[in-house]
Design a protein around this ligand. Structure first.
Ligand SMILES: Nc1ncnc2c1ncn2[C@@H]1O[C@H](COP(=O)(O)OP(=O)(O)OP(=O)(O)O)[C@@H](O)[C@H]1O
Length: 642
């Protein structure tokens, strides 16, 4: 699962701090959300070592129990300009801390079993022997649990045993107690959005299929939508002048109290499609947050599969509810439980959460569903797949959860396979199905290019590609280890890169995203954890260094660019010894988006059509399945069932 806990039952292995901003001088200590470990903040916490209270670069020494080792040069010292002895901090970081495989399975994204690419020594030797430099950096987070485990100076990428995941003896990385900083303020709260692009207006040309009983008429403008003036003001301050198609349909549906399954392409404004009507109705009721003794009873609960997406929805909610009584709180793994519980103890109207952390709060009695009038699953197909389904079922089956029909349940995604739609149906009541365009199709604003590249040539090709231009780029890879490795290699080639994946500490994940957002690092190397939902201004290019296993993930990944009418570009390395399973579906996605399908992709039976699994229609069939087409212009691409 994505979420992890502060309960100390697992600890995170040391991972490299590759590619973080090297310029030094950013002050991370107080004010960046660290808490002194002595504060015993967390009764579920590991309370593990570390010296956050001082943040002095100590190079491989923790002041707790003399835990040697850890990772000599870490970003703290480097960023604070204290460590490493100058030069390329990335190398120092890498040299001190790399080559770790993981046995910490808290995050299913990009499980880092040694990949094909690593096997066979393709990367062997890289990083080896770089250790020993940079010992002056770092906060000396105790890496060795038993007072040993020093890894100073032996950067060991290329250690094939580790690369294969033979990690029994890896020192474990104690978790830190992380209180996330508030990154938005009254001054910048309306600047968190992507400005719509030249093709925004073309969103209106996309065919919309709506099915269900008593479908409310779609709105044509925000002004005529029935939103309260205060929210309307915030919408306009956000730079939204015209609703997107999913917003046109979803707003009246949700305002009428109906359940909804909404599908629309990436970057087409699904978040506002559920937030605006919910905030509107909460504001209309003027009711305060509900606290039952010490238990918080949010009126609306929004669940998202990743922490960063939860943060983003939280920010959006704060923005639309700005200067109103509506209070939004976010709860997600990798952060201080005590801190989040304290915040929750003041009550909230809207709780945005990752499933694991939410479930845990529920089990401990800090939250319940008794006042939950709205239950939203963002990235619903992901939330209902095997990884998260048990947790979602547990929530929806909880004794305090209002039954289907008593609460409003809303589900959104750009992809919605039919089998998942079937499953979703049991949590919804007489719902309306809205599909903007072909469900599961890619945004036509993304130019897609597929290159045949063997695993041995990928690295050089990527470096050449990134050196040629200066575009803000997300590079997706298969495993956490490759993410770290690649970010390091890029940094060594003077391409500023950072990485995000499930083995990084939450602080590191958020810092990496921040550095990428702010352009401190123009390259973000990511596992699938960043594939869905993330809305980052100015992303021009998405590169699939490794193609994903599922076509849905491909669609989400490339959807990090080409958002709200902006154009973007996606390049995928297709390794025919590894990716043939995706070929036919890839060809269909290209065709649907009006892109050229390379001959070689269409050959060898690759282009054999597609399955019916993509959920392009309302699976209820009968009257429901007979979609009502509200589009004024025909779809550019014929709808295929596959
Ligand atoms: N009506 C609008 N006018 C202008 N910009 C908008 C409008 N609606 C949403 N946006 C902006 O478009 C961007 C994408 O929106 P959002 O993140 O909700 O897309 P999404 O459909 O949820 O994408 P994904 O499927 O990738 O999660 C955001 O920056 C959002 O602020």
């Amino acid at each position: 699962m994505d979420d992890d806990w502060d309960d100390g039952t697992e600890s995170t292995p040391v991972v490299s701090n590759v590619g973080v901003a090297s310029t030094g001088g950013r002050q991370f200590s107080k004010g960046r959300g660290y808490k002194p470990v002595e504060s015993n903040d967390d009764e579920w916490g590991s309370g593990g070592g570390g010296d956050y209270e001082s943040n002095r670069p100590r190079g491989g020494r923790s002041d707790r129990g003399n835990r040697r080792g850890g990772r000599g040069g870490s970003d703290f010292g480097d960023r604070r300009g204290g460590g490493g002895g100058g030069g390329n901090n990335y190398r120092e970081n890498n040299g001190n801390s790399n080559g770790w495989s993981n046995n910490h399975n808290d995050d299913e994204w990009g499980a880092s079993k040694g990949s094909d690419s690593y096997d066979g020594g393709h990367f062997e030797g890289r990083g080896r022997g770089r250790g020993g430099r940079g010992g002056g950096g770092g906060r000396g987070r105790g890496g060795g649990r038993n007072g040993e485990g020093g890894r100073n100076g032996d950067g060991d990428f290329g250690n094939r045993d580790r690369d294969r995941g033979d990690d029994k003896e890896e020192p474990q990385r104690p978790k830190e107690i992380y209180v996330p900083p508030e990154r938005t303020t009254d001054d910048n709260i309306f600047a968190t959005t992507i400005t719509s692009g030249v093709n925004f207006i073309k969103l209106d040309e996309i065919e919309v299929n709506v099915s269900g009983e008593d479908i409310p008429t779609p709105i044509t403008s925000f002004e005529s939508s029935g939103l309260r003036p205060h929210i309307l003001g915030n919408v306009l301050k956000s730079g939204y002048t015209k609703p997107t198609p999913i917003q046109k349909y979803a707003l009246p549906i949700v305002m009428k109290g109906r359940d909804l399954m909404g599908c629309a392409q990436t970057g087409s404004g699904k978040t506002a499609a559920f937030l605006l009507p919910i905030i509107n109705s909460l504001l209309a009721s003027q009711e305060p947050p509900v606290m039952e003794e010490s238990t918080c009873q949010p009126r609306c609960i929004i669940v998202s599969p990743t922490r960063e997406l939860a943060i983003q929805i939280f920010e959006q909610s704060k923005k639309f509810a700005h200067n109103s009584i509506i209070k939004t709180v976010v709860a997600y793994g990798g952060t201080s439980v005590n801190h989040q519980r304290t915040v929750l103890s003041n009550g909230c109207h809207i709780l945005v959460a990752t499933p694991g952390r939410l479930n845990d709060f529920v089990k401990r009695g800090h939250v319940n569903f008794a006042s939950c009038g709205y239950f939203v699953l963002d990235e619903a197909d992901r939330m209902l797949d095997m990884g998260f389904l048990p947790t979602v079922e547990e929530m929806l089956g909880h004794a305090t959860m209002p039954s289907t029909g008593e609460r409003q349940t809303l589900m959104f995604s750009a992809t919605f396979p039919e089998d998942i739609q079937h499953l979703a149906g049991k949590f919804l009541f007489n719902y309306i199905f809205v599909a903007v365009g072909i469900v599961g199709s890619a945004s036509t604003d993304v130019e897609q290019n597929i290159h045949q590249v063997t695993k041995f040539d990928k690295r050089e090709k990527l470096i050449a590609m990134l050196q040629k231009n200066d575009e803000k780029t997300v590079v997706f890879v298969e495993t956490k280890k490759i993410a770290d490795f690649l970010a390091t290699v890029l940094s060594e080639n003077d391409i500023k890169a950072t990485s995000i994946h499930g083995d990084r500490l939450q602080r590191e994940r958020e810092d990496a995203l921040w550095d990428f957002k702010k352009g401190i690092c123009k390259i973000l190397v990511a596992t699938g954890v960043a594939a869905r939902g993330l809305d980052i201004e100015g992303v021009q290019h998405v590169i699939n260094y490794d193609l994903p296993k599922s076509i849905d993930e491909y669609v989400h990944r490339i959807g990090r660019t080409g958002r709200v009418g902006n154009r973007g570009k996606a390049t995928s390395f297709f390794d025919s010894s590894h990716d043939t399973g995706l070929a036919s579906q890839l060809a269909v996605i290209l065709k649907q988006a009006g892109q050229e399908v390379p001959d070689w992709l269409g050959s060898a039976g690759f282009n054999s059509g597609a399955s019916d699994n993509f959920g392009g229609r309302d699976i209820r069939g009968g009257d429901f399945g007979r979609a009502q087409n509200f589009s004024t212009t025909p779809a550019e691409e014929p709808e295929e069932e596959w």
